[in-house]
Write a new protein. Structure first.
Length: 239
């Protein structure tokens, strides 16, 4: 993929900043879309293929860090934070939430372009090195952190994606209630099986054609759950 084919979403409530970044990115060979708030940004990411998000933290409807968490809940699209907040603790927090890089305002366009190229190259290398899992009509892309059913991207919450990810790492293998609870919610919740049942039910509503007759996320009564093995013919056990 060439730079000219790559699509950048600039999210900032200041029109001047958006125009400045847009002009610089377009000169660098990128296609650019603008969003003035978090809601518009989420809509763009959901409806259109985006290769890079340049995200300001001070948005009118939602804090940028919260928006970053929402984005990371269901997609691995690279995100570069653009903000006047320059503290080290703030940078560490955002990187832990899943930001790929951080540029402090004011900035030189040459710096932003250089960082964008590095992030996009790293993302391309990750995608080339990781695979996707196909289960009937469901596709889980581990590199992009996306899930599609019949070619349509599903909007999973961070916990729903993590639950599916843990199961998908061992297709056909039963994962116990305790291991799932520990992996997704932490040691403090290892005995909360009712909580797990609720999330499994919600996840099935999204990934199964008929949630009442699941063929992908299967129940092993009294033990745990497993994803159907793509190499065999599984028959579901109802929860």
């Amino acid at each position: 993929m060439t730079d000219g084919e790559q699509h950048v979403l600039v999210v900032d409530d200041e029109a001047q900043i958006r125009q400045f970044v847009r002009a610089g990115m377009e000169l660098g060979g990128y296609r650019v879309t603008e969003a003035a708030n978090g809601s518009d940004a989420l809509r763009e990411i959901t409806l259109h293929p985006i290769d890079l998000v340049i995200l300001d933290l001070a948005l009118p409807d939602i804090d940028g860090s919260e928006l970053l968490e929402r984005i990371r809940g269901w997609t691995g699209v690279p995100v570069i934070i653009l903000s006047v907040r320059a503290g080290e603790a703030e940078k560490v927090k955002l990187l832990e939430l899943g930001a790929d890089d951080y540029v402090v305002k004011p900035f030189f366009m040459s710096e932003l372009l250089a960082r964008a190229k590095v992030v996009l190259r790293r993302q391309s290398e990750r995608k080339d090195g990781e695979s996707a899992l196909r289960l009937d009509r469901l596709v889980i892309d581990f590199a992009a952190r996306t899930v599609e059913l019949d070619g349509k991207r599903l909007n999973l919450t961070p916990k729903e994606y993590r639950l599916l990810q843990v199961l998908a790492q061992h297709p056909g293998k039963v994962i116990t209630h305790q291991n799932l609870l520990k992996s997704v919610w932490g040691q403090a919740h290892v005995n909360n099986t009712q909580y797990l049942r609720i999330f499994v039910r919600k996840l099935r509503q999204k990934i199964e054609v008929d949630p009442n007759r699941p063929k992908i996320l299967l129940t092993e009564l009294g033990v745990g759950y497993r994803l159907s093995d793509p190499t065999s013919r599984d028959h579901a056990r109802l929860d």
